[in-house]
Write a protein that binds this ligand. Structure first.
Ligand SMILES: NC(=O)c1ccc[n+]([C@@H]2O[C@H](COP(=O)([O-])OP(=O)(O)OC[C@H]3O[C@@H](n4cnc5c(N)ncnc54)[C@H](OP(=O)(O)O)[C@@H]3O)[C@@H](O)[C@H]2O)c1
Length: 237
């Protein structure tokens, strides 16, 4: 399978890229800003399976103007169809609503929502030629209607809610193309992002455990779900 994962340099994305790469039939295209961390991912995949087909691309998703002109041609150097796209990259800024600068609001909405929407749009022709044609977007319980909310996470949560909603809209719009769109609203996972959001909180879910769940869902969930926003959380937060 050909799998594209954003935000693969650390945390959950890193673990997902490793899991998918362990199968040498998979070509995994891993995207993030940090070339150094992507090199560490490459080394981890080599240690795990010498025949892995992990490809890495250093790209800042905040540069939305360059997704079509730079990122897509880079991806197409490695794969000519996409079977699974995982929109996992995310950024969190934790501060009171009143104190947000416009540049911070733009960053949160651009990385957590707009970049994913453009990547989906640009990759749709290649996903249409793939199988199982599954687009999995990684949202948060903070962006899930009716869930507990936390001060400081207003724009992060609102951006995640937009990504969740987009999933429902695209499932309807592309229902005749065979593409399945689902969104996983994650609860707490022990990563750098969580430590930043909740410094005194320790999650019982590891990045590796959550990655295993998402990988299984990406490979099988398309059979049972389309246009769904699924809470994946056993605790609050
Ligand atoms: N951990 C949790 O408790 C939790 C809960 C709910 C939802 N989530 C969601 O799960 C996803 C993964 O989070 P995580 O906990 O694994 O976070 P993480 O460890 O902070 O990893 C975030 C990933 O996103 C990448 N990224 C950030 N900004 C980027 C940009 N501008 N362009 C390209 N890549 C960018 C980072 O790579 P670079 O820095 O190298 O670019 C990194 O690989 C996120 O969408 C997050 O919102 C996490």
């Amino acid at each position: 399978m050909n799998i594209v994962i954003t935000g693969a340099s650390k945390g959950i994305g890193f673990e997902m890229a490793k899991l998918f790469s362990n199968d040498e039939n998979n070509t995994v295209v891993a995207i993030a800003r940090s070339g150094q961390l992507l090199k560490e991912l490459k080394n981890a995949c080599i240690r795990q399976n010498l025949k892995n087909k992990l490809k890495t691309i250093v790209f800042d998703l905040e540069e939305t103007q360059s997704i079509q002109t730079i990122l897509i041609p880079e991806i197409l150097k490695y794969v000519n169809t996409v079977d699974i796209l995982i929109n996992n990259a995310g950024v969190l800024i934790n501060k009171p609503f009143h104190d947000f600068e416009l540049s911070e609001i733009n960053k949160l909405i651009t990385v957590n929502f707009i970049s994913h929407s453009i990547l989906i749009k640009e990759l749709i022709p290649y996903i249409e030629s793939g199988f199982p044609k599954h687009v999995v977007s990684i949202s948060s319980m903070g962006g899930f209607q009716g869930s507990s909310k936390f001060p400081g996470l207003s724009y992060y949560s609102a951006g995640k809610a937009a990504l969740s909603n987009l999933t429902e809209c695209l499932a309807e719009e592309y229902k005749n193309n065979g593409i399945k769109f689902n969104c996983l609203a994650l609860g707490s996972v022990d990563t750098e992002m969580l430590r930043k959001a909740f410094p005194d909180y320790k999650s019982i879910t590891t990045a590796a455990d959550m990655a295993q769940f998402i990988v299984d869902f990406a490979m099988n969930g398309y059979k049972y779900f389309n246009g769904k926003i699924i809470p994946v959380s056993s605790t609050t937060p």
